[in-house]
Design a protein around this ligand. Structure first.
Ligand SMILES: Cc1cc2nc3c(=O)[nH]c(=O)nc-3n(C[C@H](O)[C@H](O)[C@H](O)COP(=O)(O)OP(=O)(O)OC[C@H]3O[C@@H](n4cnc5c(N)ncnc54)[C@H](O)[C@@H]3O)c2cc1C
Length: 400
């Protein structure tokens, strides 16, 4: 197990930190610590400018292979990049779905033409993506998607009809990758396709959903005869499930240590408030803060363990990674609760008008969703039981 970085990697760390220090200034100064979870609605245009600035410096898609325009960073370097990014307080990335999900999926499963058409916009920070998986009847049970895609011979295009829900950043996105049924009579994971759909067209209607934070990070997306070019299907019709699952393998990855740096920033803020308002003198609060601190260290060592172990060969992480989502999501939810207890009665007071939330209030509300997206806690426990511990699979109902 590797717990530290090589001198070359530490030099790379200095390079990243230096670039961020020199560039996160001027018009970008106000973006510091903004645009993260629960704050995604802030400064979308400015954050896209920042995305382009990162691209100019060669700091988008750092983990992509050089042949596809990336920086070709090793896993260690990627970890360092995300750590320094969070340490510098650099803003939440508007391009993360393209960089972390769409791009790697196209590199793994896309045709040469698809790579040439879509990768440059992601690299340059000029084209944003969203993920069209969940539907009202298909969340944990993703294979239950009902959205349909029919090939129209006359138009020479795919025509898509159906509804997606909880589509993060759909209102900002240029493209959506959509799972839809190419065989209308198919059930479960058979007969699906993986489509690259342009958002700016008459057949796509995006309706924001208001969250408890008062903001609208995600949306309902309606496809009503939306069109998609014949060659904008990734993989063959009917093979969409394989591509869709391949994409989910990219969801857990090296950004985990960067995420922990953001958690550290939040825990530091909780400690700062506790010292300032006297909550730190309460022995029960002190114990909880110490406990959160210890667990954050455990999270870091487990991440180092999973990143320094052998990957399973297809770029996805190994068995140790199975516990990670459950652990961090539950930890983060508890941090939100601790933050409110540290604030005391003040946690119920808003600084200004409705929804003018402080950083900790907004964090508390948003972290409720951490145990839902990317696989709920219950689903994570099923995965640990079945894939990690080899326990019998949970019984399924009869095939639909
Ligand atoms: C902030 C946020 C952003 C999101 N962004 C996107 C996005 O960009 N694109 C997208 O496609 N989706 C997105 N989602 C949707 C997310 O993937 C789903 O919410 C998630 O998969 C759960 O599905 P569901 O909401 O339909 O809940 P359900 O699957 O209906 O689950 C309801 C409850 O039943 C439990 N449950 C379900 N099945 C089982 C089982 N087999 N065993 C035990 N318990 C079970 C669940 O754990 C949960 O508690 C987002 C969600 C959130 C909260």
């Amino acid at each position: 197990m590797k717990l530290s970085f090589s001198p070359e990697d530490e030099q790379f760390r200095e390079e990243v930190a230096g670039w961020l220090k020199a560039n996160l200034v001027g018009e970008f100064e106000k973006l510091k610590y903004r645009g993260g979870p629960g704050d995604e609605h802030m400064f979308p245009a400015e954050r896209q400018e920042w995305e382009k600035k990162l691209a100019e410096g060669g700091w988008t898609c750092v983990g992509w292979p050089r042949e596809h325009g990336g920086r070709g960073c090793s896993i260690e370097q990627q970890v360092i990049f995300f750590e320094e990014y969070a340490r510098a307080g650099a803003p939440g990335r508007v391009g993360h779905i393209g960089e972390g999900l769409a791009g790697p999926t196209l590199i793994a499963f896309g045709t040469e033409a698809q790579k040439q058409k879509y990768l440059p916009g992601i690299l340059a920070g000029t084209e944003l993506w969203c993920q069209g998986y969940s539907e009202p009847g298909a969340g944990s049970d993703l294979a239950n998607v009902k959205t349909k895609a029919r090939f129209d011979e006359g138009k020479g295009k795919w025509v898509i009809n159906g509804q997606k829900v909880w589509t993060s950043l759909a209102h900002e996105s240029d493209y959506c990758f959509v799972i839809a049924r190419t065989d209308p009579d198919s059930v479960a994971h058979k007969g699906l396709g993986f489509f690259l759909v342009k958002m700016d067209q008459p057949g796509v209607d995006v309706r924001p959903i208001e969250q408890i934070t008062g903001t609208s990070e995600f949306n309902e997306v309606f496809f009503d005869d939306a069109e998609c070019d014949a060659d904008d299907i990734v993989g063959a019709p009917g093979e969409g499930w394989k591509v869709a699952m391949g994409l989910l393998g990219f969801e857990r990855g090296v950004s985990t240590l960067g995420q922990q740096m953001q958690f550290q920033n939040e825990l530091d803020e909780v400690v700062r408030v506790a010292k300032a308002n006297g909550a730190a003198r309460d022995p029960a609060i002190r114990q909880r803060i110490a406990g959160m601190h210890a667990e954050l260290k455990i999270m870091r060592y487990n991440s180092m363990r999973m990143l320094s172990g052998q990957s399973s060969g297809d770029g996805s992480l190994q068995k140790e990674a199975l516990i990670y989502k459950l652990f961090w999501a539950t930890w983060h939810r508890e941090l939100g609760e601790l933050a409110m207890d540290v604030m005391g009665p003040e946690c119920e007071i808003l600084e200004g008008g409705p929804y003018e939330l402080s950083r900790l209030q907004s964090m508390y509300l948003f972290v409720r969703s951490d145990t839902i997206y990317g696989g709920t806690n219950q689903i994570q426990r099923n995965i640990i039981a079945e894939r990690g511990l080899g326990m019998p699979k949970e019984p399924k109902g009869t095939a639909r």
